[in-house]
Every structure is written in structure tokens, then in C-alpha cells.
Design a protein around this ligand. Structure first.
Ligand code: CAA
Length: 281
């Protein structure tokens, strides 16, 4: 594999594009508006700049990495890609529409991976004529730092596609874990209910946000507390995952916390809107 198209230039998409380019791949980074593409490219530039300032990357390397990424709006500008990694909004209907479009555009041997954080790979694969070439490739935020990629097999994913993607993850310098499709996969099935429970603790007045986070940092050795982590992930993403778990399992233990819902309605989505459980200005 030499070339990849990343769909979505947001937090995850730009991070994914960066790690592919750093590993030597030619990358097309696509979003629906040019200003979104440019925002993603600016984030990548800043991240690489930080590495240069720390002496972990030369200026020449940085320029080469940037040179391997081409920002685009029109998908058809992405020529000869071996893989598409989709990192767009967490909405099954929108994703299905995009997968059906991709299926028309790209040759039958192109693998389609989704970075969905909890939706069904099988559902997405079913709208294409290549379900054996559709797979979950779930990265973690911040993508350049986090070592894990969950590789999720849908019902129809072939062994060949699965092996190709596991090898690719290692080529990116990351570690794959194999997950058979289930709502929330492994990490989010454990992590997001914990965040949801932290929101309940806050809503019930059991402790302040700062104390909840300090408790988990110092009492469970987590690198950051659950509410600060929710702000990093995005409260809208956390809510979408809880809703998927609740709907798919039909068990009220996954009921989204009303405070989480209220904050999303207010547009307090975390770091990306400068306000979530904490203020970022
Ligand atoms: N982009 C790139 N690099 C970043 C970064 C970012 N957004 N944030 C931090 N870094 C780098 C720093 O530059 C630093 O690099 P060096 O070691 O080379 O100096 C390194 O990460 C550590 O950063 P800091 O020293 O600033 O801060 P820290 O030690 O507190 O680490 C953290 C920051 C890596 C975010 C750490 O707090 C952490 O691991 N938090 C938990 C993150 C986590 O759980 N992510 C998973 C979320 S779930 C998810 O993403 C899946 C989903 O579907 C919802």
C-alpha cells in the first residue's frame, strides 16, 4: 500500500492523515469545504512544528511529510488510492450514503476502513458491493500519540483484508487489537460508560468536576480524569456512543446522563468549542 484517502479533516481525520504521511504514505485529506480542509492541514502543521521544536523531527522531514498530504474537496481528485479511511460525523445514515458513493467511485480492490467509534461495520459494508473489503480501523485521540488501533471485523470482512490492515497498523508504528464487531467495540464499551457515570456524579453534586478528575488521576492512575477526557474526545461523540450502546443493548445501564445531553444541546462540546466540563480560553 502506498496511497490513502482520509475522509474528514476534523480531530481524528487530521491525526490519521498525519500518521500515514509520517509513515511515508501519499495522503489525500478530504472534507466537504475547503476551510475545513485547511483547518485540518493547519493542525497537522502545528503538530509537526512541535516535533521540530523538540528536536524529534528535522525541518526537511517536516516539509517532506507535509508535501505528501494533499488537501481536497472533490473526492475524485484522489487517484490510485489503495485504502480509504473514513473519519466523518458519527451518523450511520450519513456514513452509509458516503460508503455507497465511494463504492461507485473506487475500483473493487480498494479497501474501505471506517474510524467509527461504535457503529456497525456490517451495516456500512452492506451498502457496498465489496463487503469483504470493509473493515473498522479505530484510532484514538490524540492520534499521533495513542498507540492502539482497534481492528474490527464485520460479518463479511475477509481474512485477507483483516491481515492487510493489521500489517498496515504495525507499519504506522501502532499496535492492533482484534475485535469482533459489537457496539462500542472494546475501548469505548468500557471507557464511555465511565465518562457517563462521571457526568452523573457531577450532576448529582457528589463531587466537583476537578475532584472527580483528581480522584481518577490519583486513585486509578489515569493520565487524565474522565471529564477532562470527555472534553478531549468531544461531548457530542461521547453522547453518540452512549446512545448507540443504549439502543443496541436495550439496557438502561447505558442510559446517557441528562447533563451530558444538556451540554451537547447547549453546544458545549469540549475543547473543540472552548467549553465543556471545563473552559478553554
Ligand atoms: N496531538 C499531538 N501530540 C500531542 C497532543 C495532540 N493533540 N497532545 C499531546 N501530545 C503529545 C505531546 O506533544 C507530548 O509529546 P512528547 O512526549 O514527545 O513531548 C506527549 O503527547 C505528552 O503530552 P503532554 O506532556 O503535553 O501531556 P500529558 O503527558 O498529560 O499527555 C495525553 C497528554 C497524551 C493526552 C494524555 O493525557 C493521555 O494519554 N490522555 C488520555 C487520552 C485517551 O484516553 N485517549 C483516548 C480517548 S478515546 C478515543 O479517542 C476513542 C473514541 O472513539 C472516543
Amino acid at each position: 500500500m502506498k496511497s490513502v484517502l482520509v475522509l474528514g479533516a476534523g480531530t481524528m481525520g487530521s491525526g490519521i492523515a498525519q500518521v500515514f504521511a509520517q509513515a511515508g504514505f501519499k495522503v489525500f485529506l478530504r472534507d466537504i469545504e475547503i476551510n475545513l480542509v485547511e483547518k485540518g492541514l493547519t493542525t497537522i502543521n502545528k503538530n509537526l512544528e512541535r516535533l521540530v521544536n523538540k528536536g524529534k523531527l528535522t525541518l526537511e522531514d517536516k516539509q517532506e511529510i507535509i508535501g505528501r498530504i494533499k488537501g481536497i474537496v472533490n473526492i475524485e481528485e484522489a487517484q490510485n488510492v489503495d485504502l480509504v479511511v473514513e473519519g466523518i460525523v458519527e451518523n450511520i445514515e450519513v456514513k452509509k450514503k458516503v460508503f455507497a458513493e465511494l463504492d461507485e467511485i473506487f475500483p473493487a480492490n480498494t479497501i474501505f476502513a471506517t474510524n467509527t467509534s461504535s457503529l456497525s461495520i456490517t451495516d456500512l459494508a452492506a451498502v457496498t458491493k465489496r463487503p469483504e473489503k470493509v473493515i473498522g480501523m479505530h484510532f484514538f485521540n490524540p492520534v499521533p500519540v495513542m498507540q492502539l488501533v482497534e481492528v474490527i471485523k464485520g460479518v463479511a470482512t475477509s481474512e485477507e483484508t483483516y491481515q492487510t490492515i493489521c500489517d498496515l497498523v504495525r507499519q504506522l508504528g501502532k499496535t492492533p487489537v482484534t475485535v469482533n464487531e459489537a457496539p462500542g467495540f472494546v475501548v469505548n464499551r468500557l471507557l464511555i460508560p465511565m465518562i457517563n457515570e462521571a457526568a452523573y456524579l457531577l450532576m448529582e453534586g457528589v463531587a466537583t468536576a476537578e475532584d472527580i478528575d483528581t480522584a481518577m488521576r490519583l486513585g486509578a492512575n489515569h493520565p487524565m480524569g474522565p471529564l477532562a477526557l470527555a472534553d478531549l474526545i468531544g461531548l457530542d461523540v461521547c453522547l453518540a456512543i452512549m446512545e448507540t450502546l443504549h439502543k443496541e443493548f436495550g439496557d438502561d445501564k447505558y442510559r446517557p446522563c441528562p447533563l451530558l445531553r444538556k451540554m451537547v444541546r447547549a453546544g458545549h462540546l469540549g475543547r473543540k468549542t472552548q467549553r465543556g466540563f471545563y473552559q478553554y480560553t
